[in-house]
Ligand binder design. Structure first.
Ligand SMILES: Nc1ncnc2c1ncn2[C@@H]1O[C@H](COP(=O)(O)OP(=O)(O)OP(=O)(O)O)[C@@H](O)[C@H]1O
Ligand SMILES: [Mg+2]
Length: 247
């Protein structure tokens, strides 16, 4: 399955991606390819994984034609992209890196997309930590997600971003995937505001999960420690525990 985690800036996408990853790895749903598709690239930090090379670095090198003449661009990319893949127990992390500069990137982006499509086939699940909209999903990264995980916080704009992103997805793909989950992040169960946000976000949602504000998440983030080390009694983990993740 390809799962895409989307939402407005700062709502908790990277946090939810990390929690989902932990859930998948713990339940033996491995191997997972975690892709940091947000140019501001924070997933590595949240997971405590050091990232030295990004796919954007390869893209620039490809554009500057640094490959030896004996290799095709696709061969070169397949070889070098390994360097951007950080292996961990149960999952690999791939960081997309900064957005394109000026000029035409169609050719290299097509190569990258083909490469990602091939790469994704060797994993059980692909988990994408996306930037706000869904635009780049159709453009840059592999295929169409089987599940969209929509994250909102208490901001009205966060819910409106989800509505717009889902509308955009339908205008590109004709329909939504069967699984469109809503995550109400930093809410308490049954709050009236949660119902308002759910209505504003549109949907239809195949499931809704509420994650409370979790002091352990905040503490790990401030200390720069991996969210994968969260204790299994943490409120955020407990909230996700009841969720079928749609698998
Ligand atoms: N349930 C939670 N409990 C406590 N803190 C949280 C929770 N969810 C998110 N946070 C904190 O809120 C901040 C923003 O979260 P996060 O980085 O996951 O958002 P994001 O949507 O990925 O942001 P960006 O758009 O910048 O990538 C972080 O400091 C994170 O630790
Ligand atoms: Mg993020």
């Amino acid at each position: 399955m390809i799962l895409a985690v989307i939402g407005k800036g700062g709502v908790g996408k990277t946090t939810v991606t990390s929690l989902l990853l932990r859930r998948l790895v713990e339940s033996g749903e491995t191997p997972v390819l975690a892709i940091d598709a947000d140019p501001s690239s924070c997933l590595g930090t949240a997971l405590g994984v050091a990232v030295e090379r990004t796919l954007a670095d390869m893209r620039e090198e490809l554009r500057e034609n640094e490959r030896p003449p004996s290799m095709s661009s696709a061969e070169w990319l397949a070889l070098r992209a390994e360097e951007a893949l950080v292996e961990n127990p149960g999952f690999d992390l791939l960081t997309m890196g900064r957005p394109e500069g000026k000029g035409c990137y169609c050719y290299v982006n097509n190569l990258i997309r083909d490469h990602l499509d091939r790469l994704a086939r060797s994993y059980r699940h692909v988990l994408l930590d996306c930037e706000a909209g869904l635009e780049h999903l159709s453009r840059r990264t592999s295929g169409r997600p089987d599940a969209i995980v929509c994250v909102v916080n208490r901001s009205r704009m966060a819910a409106e971003t989800i509505r717009r992103s889902l509308d955009l997805f339908v205008s590109i793909h004709g329909e939504l995937p069967r699984r469109v989950q809503l995550v109400l992040n930093q809410f308490d169960e049954g709050e009236p505001l949660a119902a308002q946000m759910t209505a504003l976000a549109g949907g239809p949602f195949s499931g809704v999960v509420t994650i409370p504000r979790d002091p352990q998440v905040a503490a790990l983030e401030s200390a720069g420690e991996s969210l994968l080390t969260l204790s299994s009694t943490s409120p955020a983990i407990a909230a996700l525990g009841a969720w079928e993740v749609g698998l």
